[in-house]
Design a protein around this ligand. Structure first.
Ligand code: HEM
Length: 393
């Protein structure tokens, strides 16, 4: 079966029917590995060939000899090419027994692209590029089964709404990656474990979700600093902006909800160990809002993100800054009332987010445990009542 991903971040591949044996390595990739065994060569070219191999067979089916050769290249030459090293970090995660959300979503590589100055990206622009790529991947509706075509059209409609929310200027004219070396790596940030069509858009949604929570955290930290400086009116503006960004998280769920449970289970067989419970971006957002209760800090929600757990011990939060201001009698009146009202709206939006997530998990997961090794739906149900903006008691 031939599959062409014709979008701005495309690589062209043909998919073999699955067998139990590891697939043979593509001859062009074999030649490239031979070249690298003599001397370091073009990292981007190697990564493109590896991506074709991954998308043709699924990451979980790559053979050990290929993975061992790639690990050797990473160990010998990774220091000289940080993009290649980050890329291989994701390709080799399962092989090296460290498959996690970060590597499944290729977050180290996306982080390097985002940080590249010459590309001039920020989380908003990068989100727009990822949505544009998702649209390109879904767009070839012709030739699909009638039911599948309806699903794709619906998915495209929701993704178009998301693009309009992220970058209204690009509606009808999806953005292209920057013409920089870092921009060229963007096409290589989807490394599915399977050959199931839907895994591609699911990965893009989870990556965009990380960026949404990165933006939200920045907004809440700005609001906290403003409160500490007694600029409560500025804090209101920051929280209001954050609330509009929250809307994107709800749109992401609408896109994911177009997936049928059978498609989800088809690739989920290979994702055990990677879960959004390991998302540092989401937990940073949580601790930027308030001080999580002791039970939550002691639970798997935070034991899965040790870096953020350490930050929680030293960082500030908007709830704490606002409580301090109130206690010191430093501000009162309309600005503080408006801040309280805006914060409550974010709290409500987050509660709605959690409820939608729980509903989605009930439909997709049923009684199965979570890929992050929680009980699954019972874990999510127990979290439904958690509030964000609670100051330390
Ligand atoms: C098929 C769809 C989905 C299912 C079945 C699902 C299921 C789950 C489950 C069972 C957990 C608990 C941790 C675990 O054991 O893995 C979890 C956590 C989480 N999921 Fe999802 N999820 C889905 C989609 C999404 C999407 C699209 C997002 C983001 C847009 C998301 C964000 C999160 C976050 C942030 C957590 C951590 C929550 C916490 O720590 O309290 N999930 N998910």
């Amino acid at each position: 079966m031939a599959a062409t991903n014709g979008g701005p971040l495309s690589v062209t591949i043909s998919i073999d029917p699955p067998t139990t044996d590891p697939p043979t390595t593509d001859p062009a990739l074999r030649r490239e590995l031979d070249r690298w065994s003599a001397a370091p060569a073009d990292g981007l070219r190697l990564a493109r060939l590896v991506t074709c191999q991954v998308r043709r067979h699924g990451k979980h089916r790559l053979g050990v000899p290929l993975l061992a050769a790639l690990a050797g290249i990473r160990d010998r030459h990774g220091d000289a090419d940080t993009f290649l090293a980050a890329f291989l970090d994701s390709v080799l995660d399962r092989h090296e027994d460290r498959f996690r959300n970060q590597t499944y979503l290729a977050l180290p590589l996306l982080g390097l692209i985002l940080a590249d100055r010459s590309s001039g990206l920020d989380p908003h622009r990068l989100s727009a590029l990822l949505v544009a790529d998702l649209l390109a991947h879904e767009a070839p509706v012709a030739g699909t089964e009638p039911g599948e075509a309806d699903v794709r059209r619906k998915r495209i409609r929701h993704a178009t709404t998301l693009l309009a929310a992220v970058s209204p200027a690009h509606l009808g004219d999806p953005p292209a990656p920057p013409p920089t070396p870092a921009g060229a790596w963007l096409a290589l940030t989807v490394l599915p474990v399977s050959v199931v069509h839907d895994e591609y858009f699911f990965l893009r949604c989870l990556q965009i979700h990380e960026l949404v929570f990165t933006v939200l955290t920045e907004g809440l930290r700005d609001a906290t600093r403003a409160v500490r400086c007694r600029r409560v009116g500025d804090a209101v503006a920051h929280v209001r902006r954050a609330r509009t960004v929250f809307h994107r998280a709800a749109l992401l769920f609408r896109i994911v909800a177009t997936m049928r449970p059978a498609q989800f289970h088809d690739f989920r067989r290979f994702t055990d160990g990677a879960s959004a419970i390991q998302s540092e971006a989401y937990k940073r957002f949580e601790i930027a809002c308030g001080d999580p209760a002791a039970e939550r800090i002691a639970s798997e929600a935070f034991s899965n993100v040790p870096v953020v757990l350490a930050e929680a011990r030293h960082g500030d939060s908007l709830a704490r800054a606002t409580a301090d201001l109130r206690r010191d009698g430093g501000a009162a009146g309309p600005d503080l009332d408006r801040l309280t009202a805006e914060v409550e709206l974010v709290e409500t939006a987050h509660h709605r987010w959690r409820t939608t997530h729980h509903r989605l998990a009930v439909r997709m997961l049923g009684d199965a445990p979570g890929s992050g090794h929680t009980a699954g739906v019972p874990y999510l149900r127990q979290c439904l009542g958690n509030r964000l903006f609670t100051p330390a008691g």
